[in-house]
Design a protein around this ligand. Structure first.
Ligand code: FES
Length: 103
């Protein structure tokens, strides 16, 4: 697990645990955290692939202003996972390029 548990300046209020799915793998998250944060906490940093070269992409801005974290969420492509809260039962997948499913 790669979740930050203790920080010298920041405090983290964790809500209840929820289960979501990444590529059909069951993962735990805390209600209220973003999908990308939950994926990172579970060791997943490769969030999508570039359109032409299929290079792995991870978080870049982490504030909803780029396209590095676009993923398919519950069948909907191009969701910015760095600003979208994770929910119980959510199904998250990598996508290639601009909405193709892959990974
Ligand atoms: S990492 Fe830039 S929009 Fe999510």
């Amino acid at each position: 697990m790669e979740r930050i548990l203790d920080h010298p300046v920041l405090t983290f209020e964790r809500d209840k645990k929820v289960v979501f799915f990444f590529e059909d793998l069951e993962m735990e998250a805390y209600e209220g955290e973003t999908i990308a944060a939950a994926l990172h906490a579970n060791g997943i940093r490769d969030l999508r692939r570039t359109p032409r070269e299929e290079r792995p992409q991870g978080l870049f801005c982490a504030i909803g202003k780029c396209s590095s974290c676009l993923m398919e969420v519950d069948g909907k492509p191009n969701v910015r996972t760095c600003i979208t809260p994770v929910r119980s039962g959510m199904r998250v997948r990598r996508q290639k390029g601009r909405g193709e499913i892959g990974g």
